[in-house]
Design a protein around this ligand. Structure first.
Ligand code: 5GP
Length: 190
């Protein structure tokens, strides 16, 4: 998506060789015009997948999921990072190792919000090593539903997540794939 690539070049900050900061338009301050176009682009890419619900992870995924859900006219659900009590088996949980903070955390989704007949589109801001996506696809699997697509805003193609997710056979679409980044610039995959 050209517009997203241009925005990354203009406003993104390369913090190190593997961390990009996009907090002025994507995951802290949000540009709603760009977000709307991102939602519409995901709709264009996944409209034939019979999507019934969008799933993401708090907090950065919520705005993306919201605009995507609007384009599909379906609800969205976000996995919570806070531990929830599972008194009567009413929640699905999985463990995720955080890319940015290095520690492990539990993600939780109420069972009633993902049903076995759901076809889920998972969306998120970044794909690095694929840990967040592993947790989210695990939750969809536990629910007996289908991960019908995965939409990522920025995939860092030099980290292993994208390749692994594609190898598993998921329909993964990334709107911008970065092959290399350093203080001299950012190289996108064609
Ligand atoms: P993964 O689970 O694929 O290893 O990492 C993806 C998650 O880590 C995303 O949900 C995102 O929040 C965070 N993340 C990974 N790489 C970056 C990055 O370069 N910049 C920012 N801001 N977040 C990242």
């Amino acid at each position: 998506m050209k517009k997203l690539e241009e925005r990354i070049v203009r406003d993104g900050k390369v913090i190190s060789q593997d961390i990009l900061k996009v907090d002025s338009f994507l995951n802290h301050q949000i540009d709603p015009v760009l977000m709307k176009e991102i939602g519409e682009e995901f709709y264009r890419l996944f409209k034939d997948e019979g999507i019934t619900k969008i799933l993401t992870i708090e907090a950065s995924g919520i705005a993306i999921a919201s605009f995507t859900a609007m384009a599909f006219h379906v609800p969205f659900v976000f996995a919570k990072k806070a531990k929830s009590l599972n008194i009567d088996g009413d929640v699905l949980t999985s463990t995720v190792k955080s890319f940015t903070y290095g520690k492990e955390y539990t993600i939780t989704v109420a069972k009633k919000f993902i049903r076995p007949d759901d076809r889920i589109l998972i969306v998120d801001d970044f794909l690095a090593n694929g840990m967040a996506l592993n947790g989210l696809t695990d939750i969809v699997h536990q629910a007996g539903a289908v991960t019908a697509g995965i939409g990522i805003c920025i995939e860092k193609g030099f980290q292993k997540g994208g390749e692994e997710i594609r190898r598993k056979g998921y329909h993964l679409e990334s709107l911008a794939i970065i092959d290399k980044m350093d203080e001299t610039g950012i190289t996108f995959r064609d």
